[in-house]
Ligand binder design. Structure first.
Ligand code: HEM
Ligand SMILES: *[C@@H]1O[C@H](CO)[C@@H](O)[C@H](O)[C@H]1NC(C)=O
Ligand SMILES: *[C@@H]1O[C@H](CO)[C@@H](O)[C@H](O)[C@H]1NC(C)=O
Ligand SMILES: *[C@@H]1O[C@H](CO)[C@@H](O)[C@H](O)[C@H]1NC(C)=O
Ligand SMILES: *[C@@H]1O[C@H](CO)[C@@H](O)[C@H](O)[C@H]1NC(C)=O
Length: 340
């Protein structure tokens, strides 16, 4: 929820008292998780003072081993937030009672970085057990990843999210944008999340790092809004009938650096995914925004930071129960529930 009003606070109290009652009745020593509803930058200041340094250190280690991991972790936070709010739902493995998000179209054979999140969680369970949500780890790791590879705007990360008790592949398929989407579909998809065109374009700038499979690249080799020479070079890299899993850099010029080159590429007709090129090729205010980001990296960086904070505020529907997971891949065996 965006800001907890009086009714939200009442609801949280009611839900918490139910939890306390259940705990007494079943004599399970479950502590209720108190969620204020509002995200803040100092939520864990006392309960986990080493949180930022642990996450930063683990992200730095992972990116040193593999540069691409920075991109993968930035993407995980996005895919988490667009499905039922930023609630760590993308991290849940399938269970007997639900099929989770990992095999949704946009994630299957594509979303990665789960072991890095597990590693961070393990360090945090040592330092401050049962305290930090997996959803918050994703938000922090996303920022630290982008900064590690060039984003010079170390924006504040707002925390205090709860982890979901459930996940749904169908919902992920419905909410994660398709690479085939045209501009108006993308705009609608982001509007559903409370994000506008500036957010859409700034956040798409994350494609200045990371990789895409030939399977996806091939879908757009006939698109005429991209540059013909660029297309024919890509066609050589991703020939029909070739390896679907071969990877291409999303930004061919500075693939490992978080910079504004993505927008310069779009202006040259060198957007690999249709959803990228359309941000420049579709007539409208979007073109002025792309122009602005291409010309001024600082403007892009500031907007990327702002839009990421906004995206990080996407919350599960009010009243949704959550917990602090001990293992990011599974709900706790005795759920410690509170209400969003
Ligand atoms: C606007 C709609 C978007 C669409 C349709 C889209 C689609 C895609 C696709 C198809 C890939 C390649 C996946 C693969 O081949 O396995 C990709 C990669 C990536 N996306 Fe997006 N994306 C969008 C927005 C975003 C946003 C908002 C972010 C983050 C803020 C983001 C971050 C990334 C990153 C960093 C990668 C590379 C990941 C890696 O190398 O592991 N994307 N995206
Ligand atoms: C996910 O990918 C695997 C391996 O390519 C494939 O066998 C499976 O059918 C895919 N799952 C879904 C739901 O598309
Ligand atoms: C989890 O989500 C699935 C699919 O949306 C739903 O059928 C199921 O009832 C949910 N389970 C819980 C415990 O909320
Ligand atoms: C965008 O795609 C949707 C769905 O395929 C379609 O209905 C719409 O006409 C398209 N819009 C434009 C401007 O091409
Ligand atoms: C691109 O055009 C060629 C030649 O017309 C055709 O064979 C191919 O199937 C098209 N590819 C896609 C992805 O539409």
């Amino acid at each position: 929820m965006k800001a907890m009003g009086a009714s939200g606070a009442v609801m949280a109290v009611r839900v918490l008292s139910v939890v306390v009652l259940l705990a007494v009745v079943s004599t399970v020593g479950a502590e209720a998780v108190v969620a204020s509803g509002l995200l803040t930058t100092d939520y864990y200041a006392r309960s986990c003072p080493r949180l930022s340094s642990i996450v930063k250190e683990e992200v730095q280690k992972a990116v040193k081993v593999e540069k691409r991991m920075a991109a993968s972790l930035v993407r995980l936070h996005f895919h988490d937030c667009f499905v039922h709010g930023c609630d760590g739902s993308i991290l849940l493995d399938d269970t007997a009672t639900f099929i989770g998000e990992k095999t949704a179209a946009a994630n299957n054979n594509s979303a990665r970085g789960f072991e890095v999140i597990d590693g961070i969680k393990a360090k945090l369970e040592e330092a401050c057990p049962k305290t930090v949500s997996c959803a918050d780890i994703l938000a922090l790791a996303s920022r630290d990843s982008a900064v590690e590879v060039g984003l010079s705007e170390r924006y504040p990360v707002f925390v205090g999210r709860l982890d979901s008790l459930n996940a749904s592949r169908d919902e992920a398929n419905l909410r994660l944008p398709s690479p085939r989407a045209n501009y108006s579909e993308l705009k609608k998809n982001f509007e559903f999340q409370g994000l506008n065109e500036v957010d859409l374009i700034a956040l798409s700038g994350a494609h200045t790092i990371g990789k895409v499979r030939c399977q996806i690249v091939r879908l757009f080799l006939n698109d005429t809004d991209t540059n013909a020479e660029f297309r024919s070079n890509l066609a050589k890299e991703c020939p029909a009938g070739g390896d679907d899993f071969k990877l291409q850099n999303l930004d061919l010029k500075t693939p490992e650096k978080f910079d504004n080159n993505y927008f310069k590429n779009l202006r040259r007709g060198e957007g690999i995914i249709r959803s990228d090129q359309t941000l420049w090729s579709t007539p409208g205010i979007n073109q002025a925004i792309v122009w602005d980001f291409a010309r001024n990296q600082k403007t892009f960086f500031r907007q990327f930071a702002f839009s990421t904070i906004k995206m990080g505020n996407i919350r599960p529907p009010a009243g949704t129960k959550g917990e602090i997971r001990e293992n990011c891949r599974a709900v706790n065996s005795a759920p410690l529930v509170a209400s969003e």
